[in-house]
Design a protein around this ligand. Structure first.
Ligand SMILES: Nc1ncnc2c1ncn2[C@@H]1O[C@H](COP(=O)(O)OP(=O)(O)OP(=O)(O)O)[C@@H](O)[C@H]1O
Ligand SMILES: [Mg+2]
Length: 281
């Protein structure tokens, strides 16, 4: 799923209204009949159908044929549009630049804001068929549908990551400054650094490992476990200072899995340093 920031500019107020209503109705049913959207948006069904058809041509929504009438499905394209719309109206987002990351579960873009460059993380849960994620992360309870949509789960992941990032930033952890969150997206500070996994050589790997060990202990002191503390979620800046990213899986130390995850975070890190930099630990 590519982010199309360009077409966002050409949508009208009615397009926007129809999309918002489709989003709301989608919380209850996966495929929403045109007449439901029309009633909610207070736009005639014929006109609503025309608008939805236009949006489907832009790949923002998709049409699904039913036996009595057609319906439309809200997807990541539409969610991206609504998130960008809100971020630009309320949080100073000005433009979307190049994509810097394609994760298993997210797309990462460099964006321009009124305050300078930043990073936009758009969650894409469900993109890979990682079926256990819904139960793994304990998201099921919060949804109003019998099975929550992937977009709803992505929104929960973004909310969780943003809240976690705010907490960590407040407590003085080296994390990107959280700027805003909307729907399935998180806007944050752009870190000028290199992913630890992409570093072949470093002046003092011992010092870096010590710093990372101290961060792990700080998590523990704050009653938290990162849960995915590895070379793919650690950026190293030009002063060899680590910055930690990616927190949707953070759990409290009281969680039954916490001790296990803490041990795993620690072991992964040490074995990476051993492998990559030849530390004898
Ligand atoms: N604030 C940031 N500043 C600079 N680069 C970033 C930032 N956030 C993310 N990135 C880049 O985007 C990549 C993916 O980010 P992140 O780990 O948050 O997403 P993810 O979906 O978990 O990806 P993965 O599945 O690869 O771990 C990172 O490895 C990093 O290179
Ligand atoms: Mg990651």
């Amino acid at each position: 799923m590519k982010l199309n920031a360009e077409q966002v500019r050409y949508l009208t107020e009615d397009d926007f209204r129809v999309l918002k209503m489709l989003e709301t109705a989608s919380k209850r049913q996966e495929i929403v009949p045109v007449k439901t959207v029309a009633a909610m948006a207070k736009i005639r069904p014929g006109q609503t159908n025309k608008i939805l058809t236009g949006l489907s041509v832009m790949n923002l929504v998709s049409r699904h044929q039913g036996c009595t009438e057609d319906g439309f499905k809200f997807g990541y394209g539409a969610a991206d549009y609504l998130a960008l719309h809100t971020l630009s109206r309320k949080h100073g987002l000005v433009g979307v630049g190049r994509q810097i990351g394609v994760g298993k579960e997210s797309d990462i873009y460099v964006v321009e804001t009124e305050g300078g460059p930043a990073v936009l993380k758009l969650y894409r849960l469900g993109r890979t068929s990682f079926r256990t994620v819904k139960t793994n992360r304990g998201y099921l309870k919060k949804s109003t549908r019998e099975t929550p949509s992937w977009i709803d789960l992505s929104t929960l992941a973004a909310e969780k990551e943003f809240a976690g990032m705010q907490l960590l930033h407040r407590e003085g952890f080296p994390v990107p400054r959280p700027l805003a969150q909307n729907r399935h997206s998180v806007l944050m500070e752009l870190i000028d650094g290199t992913l630890l996994n992409n570093i072949a050589e470093i002046e003092s790997p011992e010092t870096l490992l010590e710093k990372l060990g101290a961060i792990l202990r700080k998590f523990e002191e704050n009653g938290l476990v990162h849960g995915d503390f590895n070379e793919f979620n650690i950026l190293v800046d030009e002063n060899a200072e680590p910055v930690i990213i990616d927190f949707p899986q953070m759990i409290p130390l009281t969680h039954p899995e916490a001790r296990f995850q803490l041990e795993r975070d620690r072991n992964c890190l040490v074995s990476f340093f051993r492998r990559r930099f030849g530390l004898s630990l």
